[in-house]
Design a protein around this ligand. Structure first.
Ligand code: PLP
Length: 449
């Protein structure tokens, strides 16, 4: 039964990003069923999933054609590898389909199982690229503080979240600049002025480290796990200018932004960024099967192809047939339903408009977002932006209240985060906002505002 399942989980299962001692004594919920945009736990609770799982089930939980594609593929060819001159049909077809939906400069893909591994792959690709170009000293990566690029040692090092470095020191070839988080750090500057200022930190860092040593800059078009940090409009054009002028590769981490989240196929499309590498994972299979990868632009692919030789990097499950079948079914669904455009025209604007109404709430300092994700920043005082409580406690409280009220949202710092599926109806978005409003009321009462 549910109680003994939860007890077994507490006794034997170490959970990611979970306070282990707290979990061992209090446990959590066991989700055992999902439908449309709702998840159900073994205690009979139904929750509206305002996070699309971990920002991955962009089409919700009832895409039976994706499940069927995985099942069919497992029956036909449950596994074979892509090493040593072998391939499989779903991997071939998915590679071609990805080339169709990504910007023109991309004609090659490297498959991994996850976004973390894809970002590790980026590092190895970039180092090989510059080695082959005869510039072996170009090895340094610049990324942003408070970014999340995954949990492997290299990806967490790129990430720049200090908490991620509890177990490891960051890699010595990774350096960080600030994030375009106007609400937290903009001070007296207008958003546009602030966008230029933080973008120019990249230029200053390149000067400091030496242009001949800096290989690449990696960033999410909109920083997701860091708190849905929507950059001012001035930010990306300035970053692009700097990368172009200073001969620095631009890597867009599209793990969250990709496949419709920002209102376009990719965040790079929304911001007209022209990256040489693009990381993807999560929504490529609608979250139903582990799959990630890197889109490789011709600029890099041509060098690797011209030189030949092995790219000595790969994973047993690179291009796993069932994962690629899931990816292909997901891409076909996105294309055939035109859901990205529909969401951009209808549910996205409704979601953003309804959430922005929360700016009238006494403990809400800012609502920001784009497409189908957003952050609601909690404050005690709207003018001074004084926090409600130290150590993000108020947002943790608010998240727990929302979860108890049947809404899955998450918390980053003092912000509440929500990223519901693109297939949500207007009534469902209204219900999400209502539940969030209720959690905000309860939080305000708890903290005496
Ligand atoms: N990059 C970004 C932007 C992410 O948000 C994540 C995961 O949340 C990753 C990379 C890591 O992906 P994965 O968890 O599949 O390794």
């Amino acid at each position: 039964d549910s109680t003994s399942l939860r007890q077994l989980d507490q006794d034997h299962h170490f959970h990611p990003f979970t306070d282990l001692r707290d979990y061992a004594s209090h446990g959590g919920r066991i989700v055992n069923r999902a439908e449309h945009i709702y998840i159900y736990d073994t205690d009979g609770n139904r929750m509206l999933d305002g996070m699309s799982g971990l920002w991955c089930c962009n089409l919700g939980y009832s895409q039976h054609q994706i499940v069927e594609a995985i099942y069919q593929q497992l029956q036909q060819l449950p596994f074979y590898n892509n090493f040593f001159r072998c391939s499989n049909q779903p991997a071939v077809e998915l590679a071609r389909a990805l080339v169709e939906v990504t910007p023109e400069s991309f004609n090659h893909v490297f498959f991994t199982n996850s976004g973390s591994e894809a970002n590790d792959t980026n590092i190895r690709l970039v180092h090989r690229y510059y080695d082959l170009l005869g510039k072996p000293e170009k090895k340094l990566f610049i990324s942003r503080k408070n970014a999340y690029h995954g949990s492997t040692i290299a990806a967490s090092s790129l990430g720049g979240m200090s908490a991620m470095h509890q177990q490891v020191r960051g890699l010595d070839y990774v350096h960080h600049i600030g994030q375009p988080h106007w609400f937290a750090e903009g001070g007296e500057l207008s958003p546009e002025e602030f966008g230029i200022k933080v973008a120019r930190e990249l230029e200053a860092k390149i000067d400091e480290l030496g242009e001949d040593r800096v290989a690449a800059f990696i960033a999410e078009p909109i920083q997701g796990a860091g708190g849905v940090i929507v950059p001012p409009d001035s930010y990306w054009p300035e970053i692009q200018r700097i990368c172009d002028q200073r001969d620095i590769l631009l890597i867009a981490d599209e793990v969250i932004c990709g496949f419709g989240r920002t209102g376009s196929w990719f965040g790079s499309d929304s911001y007209q960024i022209k990256p040489q590498l693009m990381t993807f994972a999560k929504a490529i299979t609608n979250g139903y099967f582990p799959l990630g990868g890197v889109m490789i632009s011709d600029q890099i692919a041509d060098v690797l192809l011209a030189h030949g030789g092995e790219f000595t990097h790969g994973l047993t499950y690179s291009g796993h047939p069932a994962a690629c079948a899931a990816g292909l079914a997901t891409l076909r669904t996105l294309q055939e339903t035109n859901i990205i455009q529909t969401a951009a025209d209808t549910i996205g604007p409704h979601f953003q408009r309804r959430l922005r109404e929360l700016e009238d709430h006494p403990i809400v300092g800012e609502v920001r977002g784009r497409g189908m994700f957003a952050a609601v920043e909690l404050v005690r005082d709207k003018r001074s932006r004084e926090r409600l409580a130290p150590d993000s406690a108020s947002a943790v409280y608010c998240r727990d209240r929302a979860n108890s009220n049947g809404l899955m949202v998450r918390q980053t710092g003092d912000a509440m985060i929500t990223a519901p599926p693109l297939i949500s109806s207007t009534a469902e978005i209204d219900s999400l906002v209502e539940k969030l409003h209720q959690a905000l009321d309860e939080t305000a009462a708890h903290y005496g505002v």
